[in-house]
Design a protein around this ligand. Structure first.
Ligand SMILES: Cc1ncc(COP(=O)(O)O)c(C=O)c1O
Length: 465
């Protein structure tokens, strides 16, 4: 805890100098800021010593809570060797170990297609996907003769309405969140946009009970018609995160994979949010027996400690980039801190904890506890839809449950509920009218009850009084 005058100084400097992401700063400056000073387990502690349960997993990345001794120790040990050294043309020990580990870990996906055997490290979710997009593009330009030769027309991407893959311009091009992306439209490359699998507000106007997952059919139709110019489909497997935790109907991902295979189109699986156990299995793709051509990981890869990302791909893709220097088949892409050794050490410790503590085996209990709470959320008069997959949930608030009329954007209802929850020491962050639960995977039963009970109370306080 800081002295009151020091916290006040920080508050002033924060408002004067820090430009917060995805934050309207005029509004931010009006409210009492929350300034975190330290953390313990699933709790964050602010400069006044107040504790908050981290219900948003520090933006969907924290897996084991904060200050896990094993991860702390791994980083300290790595610090005593080297904090940073590049992967451009040379290598380092933790990157090699981690690449090997990731290839082993994803090996089960290989039973449904080609195994992922090569790992390209970068530093954030956005870069993991950007790398996959560029690799897929370049692959078709220089596909080797033994694989059928180049297909220079294959330059386009298929993406989904509501998609979010990060904030670089490549990722924004394949994104579909109007609020975030429309402004940048003149800067983006054109894509084919398939409808998002959003059953509560079906973009095709259908009902889930009677549809035949027509949104997947719409994507299949795009592929059937345009496959000769399509390099890849980019998808968030099972759940579209930033769209509002939109859980796709069962079989959707599988159908997209089958269609891409049928039409010789690559599949980029963005598991930045849903990977690392979040949906109940290590990778979301496992649940629909899907082997993608690219698997993008970040966020929870380091347990939520450090920026590190990985783009995994197959032997076939990798081979297309091999050749003599003169052939210029090299993948000319890299980031200064890509594959940072401290991040790799944290990731190795994270993966070890997954195994040692049998995290995935222990998850079903927490998942069904969350499911019971979801039933209670569903009964609230201003909750229109509750979507849960594994240990994540999205609770969509509506002004009118019958007509599904949403609250207007200006009402900032999600933020109002989150501010209310803070009064009872719970920290969550909404996506528009959707309240998101994304706690550390190791949250205790008592903490999960506290998190959900507080959210339930906050929703009632804001929407019913
Ligand atoms: C599915 C998905 N992909 C990519 C990203 C971008 O990750 P980062 O914020 O680490 O750049 C996010 C971030 O929320 C995400 O949810």
């Amino acid at each position: 805890m800081l002295r009151p005058q020091d916290s006040e100084q920080l508050r002033q400097w924060d408002i004067a100098h820090v430009w917060h992401p995805f934050t309207q700063m005029a509004d931010y400056a009006q409210n009492e800021p929350l300034i975190i000073e330290r953390a313990e387990g699933c709790w964050l502690v602010d400069v006044h010593g107040r504790r908050y349960l981290d219900g948003v997993g520090s933006i969907w990345c924290n897996v084991f809570g904060h200050r896990r001794p094993e991860i702390d120790q791994a980083i300290k040990e790595q610090l005593q060797r080297v904090a940073h050294s590049t992967l451009l043309g040379i290598s380092h020990v933790p990157a090699i170990r981690l690449a090997r580990k990731l290839v082993e870990l994803t090996a089960p996906l290989g039973q449904w297609g080609e195994p992922l055997t090569h790992v390209f490290f970068s530093d954030d979710g956005a870069t993991a996907v950007e790398v996959a997009i560029k690799m897929a593009f370049q692959y078709w330009q220089q596909r080797p003769a033994e694989q059928g030769g180049p297909c220079p027309r294959k330059t386009k991407f298929v993406c989904f309405g509501g998609a979010y893959h990060g904030d670089t311009l490549g990722d924004v091009s394949v994104g579909g969140v109007d609020l975030f992306h429309r402004m940048f439209e003149p800067l983006l490359f054109p894509t084919y946009r398939a409808p998002q699998p959003y059953c509560y507000r079906c973009p095709l106007g259908l009902q889930r009970e009677s549809c035949v997952v027509d949104c997947a059919a719409a994507c299949e139709a795009i592929l059937a018609r345009h496959h000769e110019e399509i390099a890849a489909v980019v998808i968030e497997p099972l759940v579209q995160g930033a769209a509002g935790m939109i859980v796709a109907p069962a079989g959707f991902l599988r159908r997209i994979r089958e269609a891409t295979r049928c039409y010789q189109v690559l599949l980029i699986a963005d598991e930045v949010a849903v990977g690392m156990g979040r949906t109940g299995t290590m990778f979301a793709c496992e649940q629909e027996q899907v082997a993608p051509d690219f698997l993008c990981l970040a966020k929870g890869l380091t347990g939520g400690y450090l920026p590190l990302a990985a783009t995994l791909t197959t032997e076939r893709i990798y081979r297309a980039f091999l050749g003599s220097i003169a052939e210029r088949r090299t993948f000319f892409h890299g980031h200064t801190y890509g594959g940072n050794p401290l991040g790799c050490a944290a990731a190795l410790a994270t993966l070890e904890l997954f195994e040692r503590e049998h995290i995935l085996e222990r998850l079903p209990e927490r998942i069904s506890q969350l499911a019971q709470w979801c039933e209670l959320f569903r009964q609230l008069p201003h909750v229109g839809d509750v979507r849960q997959k594994g240990l994540l949930a999205g609770i969509e608030l509506v002004r009118d449950k019958q007509s599904r009329e949403p609250y207007p954007y200006e009402a900032q209802i999600g933020h109002a509920v989150c501010r209310k929850a803070r009064e009872r020491q719970v920290l969550i962050r909404p996506l528009g009218n959707v309240l998101v639960l994304f706690p550390p995977l190791v949250i205790s039963p008592e903490e999960l009850d506290w998190l959900c009970d507080t959210l339930l109370w906050a929703i009632r306080q804001v929407t019913e009084t």
